[in-house]
Design a protein. Structure first.
Lengths: 289, 317, 559
């Protein structure tokens, strides 16, 4: 791990961070877009006059119109409404899974990095095994075991993202733990727990924050892939990947059924990636001036 | 160095054992009865019990696990598929070339186009070329590959009729899968190459070369590029480990009978020997790829190499 | 520094060589170790008397299409919506593969192609009933497989043992054992006196007969490398992609093709099945000339072939399959009024439409595909024909429904999910709440065979004829004393038995049974599958076996 973290005087770190974060246009765009999408999904359904699972036999497969801005699906359900509801699932799955993955990764990574010795070897060997199974495959197998639905999907996706974080945190801690301030904390008899969580962690989580932010996007995509092959969220609940999978059979006659959820996924991931880039630049000491 | 390699290989074997144990346990825990699934709704309970006995899934966990571990790792017998009665390893190897064509094809595109784009962006930092490349990269990395695949089918196969929408009869059938599998990678490689270039641009030896009045082209080609290669090798290594396992969904969208599709059919039909064989094969392939990448690294980077020749430092990743 | 640079570039080059040689290695080991498996296909080809097949193909080369000198059509490419996966003769119950597997293998008897349910001799030349539970079957003495092995009674016994020992003996309810008498005679011992011939369908006309010797010669698996007695041989087989069959010039039944069922004819030299799972891609295949026949074109897409721009090359025929999608209420949990409320609240036309382009609503328990179907069996004036919310609400008011959430058990396929979603919404219209419980097939089975596993259950059923399909619905032997909808009703059982026994199998008895079922709201029928068959104008008459389009017995221009 090359990135160094410098100790510096903090005035108000969060404000400072926000200021740096929104300096670049792309980051501004990312934040704006992401906030818009979240609002769209959270508040949008309140203004929709259609029921998310409301079937309308007269409008089966209907294309976009004044009544249904994004058209209707194979059961005449309003695509816009389903998109908004589905976004709640997609976003929530992406955020929860990346967050849980980061948390568990931090816990195991810091234990490994700080404890050293046999504990470290054990944890790292487990991670080796874990990464020997490619992420997507592990997700498919685990969600096959746990079944479909919201929580099983989140767990399956979380499991896939743990080893990366563990490795990163451990590497960071290895470089940090030999530094003077840790030495100093030790000499004044700080407990292991306190050293680990009050001194070490704050200095090593920055890269985790960056990868977690970026990870939300790829996790969302992974969740969509899972629903696309029939795992994940089950009907009639809309989820973007599941909607895409539904539309697949009608790709030729009614392409709007794949375009709408597909573009929604792409746009959200795009926003999250811009956001992640912004976070990285804002946190990167090399770019601070 | 050779001690390190041997140690890594031994570790790889242990990892494979553990991966085998994990995947067996996962399939064991998977709810549902493979015998029932295969025989359909007309089978009586008696027939199902008979089928379960034939497949050996009526025995306790430890017996099944023991049999699986012995067969797989001592006899190297991956067993026959429960559904098709074919040897899983033979079937896997038969399917492997198709997956390799897609995997390697998309990796080559990734590395070449991605690196070139990254270099263009890196050497023109802050100019329009940079922004354009980064925007393209961002868009590519944001679009789910299966969505891109569907769009490509819609455009090139259904509307224009230029390329086949499915199948592997001609090499043309591989064009769309390779493109859809490579977009994300192009973006990632471009970003990596760009930041590597940026790091090198700021390096002292480049400044020195410029100060000596070197031709700018020579500075880029002789001083910057070779030094920017390290992260690109990581990209190749990472990509290599994903070559085999990375494309099950792309394969299923284009109905390509590759390894990924084999795994998916194993999952769908509860054909556990297929899942076992695929997973162990993937694990083996990716471990070898990672090992080779690490060795390249060790060989290339004098700092790491020095650690091994000193022979005392544990490897730190 | 220059030195270091050169060194690095060299190192880089060697590193990439290493990386790529590894891929190369894995690729070469891949191909070398796959050799035994790969040998299988060439072996099958080699086994075909190359001397005859090859010249025929060469002769055909100048005239790319049309008739060959031997009177066979040159080549036909048919779309297959499911992968045959393997050619092993062990799965007796996989109808998707009928036109592929049964072109290379044969069975003792053929269930007649006209779906009359009649048994026609094939490998067996006939049978005689010794007593009710024992049949004496004689084999033809001139049946040979492609490798020249003669089929004897011992081979038959071997095949039956194989099916039973691998646990694949589905619907072998009456089969007990086989006793070999001499080379070409054996006895079937049934467990009792079979009530109707279609109860013996699987042992007699689904169990594939092959040579024990060929089986042992080929490593006890025909999965890739099949050896059968059929009129077609495997020329090439790529699981997941295609199966190519070549007419067998040494077919044992060549001289008696007229006596045998049409399915054994050899009207085409080469038949290629291309696996194309998506219907819309198959349509493109037809348009671009990659495919000749497709029997699963969605109804919504058939117009371009029927009247549109491709109508000069193709004919279209709308076909109805025998399988249909039914709904079973759990009669132990739902009272008669609630069941009727549910059934009147469902509009099966709308459900069929939501299920996709290939479903049509039905008014009886079966489709016009079956030979025992009769227009008098259409149940007009019942909940199958009437969608009546007022009636539904009346029945609901009279029922004991207390606002609980009913579970709708379905398989996890797209059509079932669509149907369940539709039913869920329709039930909500009369205020009945429900949740969808989508499971894999085995999960569905476990849940549907437990008394508490579902409130409403939907699935697909089919059979050799209409009453044959009722076995899974009305027969109380399905759940030891209960029907699929958890009914224990002696009256229903006797009506079903009467309708299905060979002696009283007629429209009147069938109607009586159906009326009883609808009077008590024991079952509901949602939809049958219908799709468009698109075939080239060069085919003058489409041949079928048991309803499945079969290229080798279709008739081609000039024949």
């Amino acid at each position: 791990m090359m990135a160094q973290t410098k100790k510096r005087k903090k005035t108000n770190p969060f404000l400072d961070f926000l200021k740096r974060m929104t300096k670049a246009f792309s980051a501004k765009l990312g934040v704006g877009l992401f906030v818009l999408i979240v609002l769209f999904c959270v508040l949008g359904p309140l203004f929709s006059k259609y029921d998310v699972n409301g079937i309308d036999l007269m409008n089966m497969y209907a294309g976009p119109s004044k009544e249904h801005l994004l058209g209707c699906d194979s059961m005449g359900r309003d695509m816009l409404t389903r998109l908004m509801y589905g976004g709640r699932y997609s976003l929530l799955i992406g955020i929860c899974a990346s967050l849980f993955g980061a948390l568990l990764g931090i816990v195991f990574g810091s234990i490994a990095g700080y404890a050293g010795g046999k504990v470290e070897t054990f944890i790292m060997r487990v991670m080796d095994i874990w990464t020997a199974l490619p992420g997507m495959m592990l997700c498919i197998l685990v969600s096959n075991v746990l079944g479909t639905g919201f929580f099983p999907t989140v767990i399956a996706l979380t499991i896939g993202s743990i080893p990366g974080t563990v490795r990163m945190i451990r590497g960071q801690i290895l470089t940090e733990r030999s530094k003077e301030y840790i030495e100093a904390a030790r000499t004044i008899n700080c407990s292991d727990f306190s050293i680990m969580f009050r001194h070490l962690l704050p200095n090593v989580v920055q890269p985790v924050i960056v990868t977690t932010t970026m990870g939300i996007g790829s996790t969302m995509m992974m969740a969509a892939s899972l629903s696309f092959i029939g795992l994940g969220i089950q009907p009639p609940n809309p989820e973007w990947g599941a909607m895409l999978s539904d539309g697949r059979a009608y790709i030729r006659s009614y392409p709007h059924m794949i375009m709408v959820p597909g573009i929604a996924i792409a746009l959200t991931v795009f926003a999250i990636n811009l956001l992640g880039d912004g976070v990285r630049d804002a946190l990167d000491p090399k770019l601070r001036s | 160095m050779s001690r390190y390699v041997i140690k890594r290989i031994l570790m790889m074997i242990v990892i494979l054992w553990c991966a085998g144990f994990v995947v067996f346990t996962l399939t064991y825990l998977t709810p549902g009865d493979p015998a029932m699934l295969q025989l359909g709704q007309e089978a009586t309970a008696e027939v199902i019990a008979q089928r379960r006995a034939y497949l050996g899934i009526d025995q306790p966990y430890l017996v099944q696990l023991g049999r699986f571990m012995v067969n797989t790792f001592l006899r190297f017998d991956f067993g026959k598929s429960w559904v098709t009665n074919t040897n899983t390893m033979a079937e896997l190897l038969l399917r492997l070339p198709r997956t390799l064509i897609i995997g390697l094809g998309s990796m080559i595109i990734n590395v070449f186009i991605g690196t070139i784009l990254g270099i263009i962006a890196g050497t023109h930092e802050g100019k329009w070329q940079d922004s354009l490349v980064m925007i393209i990269a961002m868009v590519f990395v944001s679009a789910p590959d299966f969505f891109v695949a569907l769009l490509l089918i819609l455009l090139f196969a259904l509307k224009l009729g230029w390329l086949p929408p499915y199948g592997i009869e001609t090499m043309a059938g591989y064009v769309l899968p390779i493109i859809s599998a490579s977009l994300g990678g192009v973006a990632i490689n471009a970003r990596q190459a760009r930041s590597a270039m940026l790091e090198v641009i700021r390096a002292d030896f480049v400044t020195t070369a410029r100060a000596k009045g070197q031709n700018e082209k020579i500075v880029v080609r002789k001083h910057m590029l070779p030094n920017a290669m390290m992260p690109i090798i990581t990209g190749v290594g990472g990509g290599l480990s994903m070559v085999v396992a990375g494309t099950p969904i792309i394969e299923s969208v284009f109905s390509i009978p590759g390894v990924g599709n084999y795994l998916l059919s194993g999952v769908n039909q509860h054909d556990y020997p297929v899942i076992w064989a695929c997973v162990i094969f993937f694990a083996l392939f990716s471990s070898i790829a990672i090992l080779l990448t690490d060795l390249c690294y060790a060989f290339l980077d004098p700092r790491i190499k020095a650690q091994y020749s000193a022979g005392k430092r544990k490897k730190v990743k | 520094m220059k030195n270091a640079l050169v060194k690095r570039v060299i190192a880089l080059a060697s590193a990439s060589i290493m990386a790529f040689s590894m891929i190369g290695c894995s690729a070469t080991t891949g191909s070398s170790s796959s050799a035994p498996a790969a040998e299988a296909a060439p072996a099958a080809e080699a086994a075909a008397p190359a001397g005859e097949a090859a010249p025929a193909a060469e002769a055909a080369a100048p005239a790319a299409e049309g008739l060959l000198e031997n009177g066979r059509w040159n080549k036909i490419i048919m779309a297959a919506n499911q992968d045959p996966q393997d050619l092993d003769p062990d799965s007796v119950n996989a109808p998707v593969r009928y036109n592929m597997i049964y072109a290379i293998y044969e069975t003792l008897f053929d269930m007649a192609d006209d779906s009359s349910g009649e048994l026609k001799p094939c490998i067996a030349s006939g049978y005689e009933v010794v007593d009710g539970a024992t049949w004496k079957v004689t084999l033809r003495d001139n049946v040979y497989d492609w490798e020249g092995n003669n089929i004897t009674a011992n081979d038959v016994a071997f095949c039956f043992d194989y099916i039973v020992s691998t646990g694949n003996a589905v619907r072998f309810d009456w089969y007990d054992s086989i006793e070999v008498v001499d080379d070409y005679t054996f006895l079937f011992h049934w467990k009792g006196e079979p009530p109707a011939i279609h109860d013996l369908e699987f042992p007699l006309s689904r169990t594939i007969i092959f040579s024990e010797k060929a089986w042992k010669d080929h490593g006890e698996s025909f999965a890739k490398d099949a050896v059968g007695t059929g009129s077609y041989k495997v020329a090439e087989f790529t699981p997941g992609s295609k199966l190519i069959l070549e007419a067998n010039d040494d077919y044992w039944g060549k001289d008696i093709l007229d006596e045998l069922e049409p399915r054994h004819r050899q009207n085409v030299q080469t038949i290629e099945f291309d696996v194309v799972t998506e219907a819309s891609t198959a349509v493109v295949g037809l348009e671009t000339g990659k495919l000749d026949i497709c029997d699963y074109v969605p109804l919504a897409m058939q117009e371009e072939f029927a009247t549109g721009q491709y109508s000069d090359k193709f004919n279209v025929e709308i076909t109805v399959a025998g399988d249909y999608f039914y709904l079973a209420p759990n009669c132990l949990k739902l009272d008669e009024n609630l069941r009727k409320a549910i059934m009147y609240a469902i509009d099966n036309a709308a459900v069929a439409k939501a299920m996709g382009g290939s479903y049509v609503p039905l008014k009886t328990f079966g489709t016009s595909y079956y030979n025992d179907y009769d227009a008098s069996l259409e149940l007009d004036g019942t909940y199958l024909s009437d969608y009546d919310l007022d009636k539904a609400k009346e029945f609901l008011a009279a029922s004991d429904y207390d606002g609980r959430e009913l579970s709708i058990l379905i398989g996890a396929d797209e059509a079932s999910k669509a149907a369940a979603t539709m039913v869920q919404t329709m039930l909500l219209q009369i205020g009945v709440k429900s949740k969808i419980d989508a499971k894999t097939q085995d999960g569905v089975r476990t849940a549907s065979t437990s008394k508490d596993g579902f409130d409403i259950y939907m699935n697909t059923v089919g059979g050799p004829n209409m009453v044959g399909s009722w076995h899974l619905l009305f027969d109380n032997e399905v759940n030891s004393g209960f029907t699929t909808s958890w009914v224990q009703d002696d009256q229903l059982q006797s009506l079903y038995k009467a309708a299905s026994a060979d002696a009283t199998h007629d429209a009147a008895h069938m109607r009586e049974c159906l009326d009883y079922v609808t009077d008590h709201a024991y079952f509901y029928v949602v939809a049958g599958t219908s799709s468009a068959l698109v075939y080239p104008k060069t085919i003058t008459s489409i041949g079928r076996r048991e309803g499945y389009v079969t290229p080798n017995c279709s008739v081609y221009q000039g024949q």
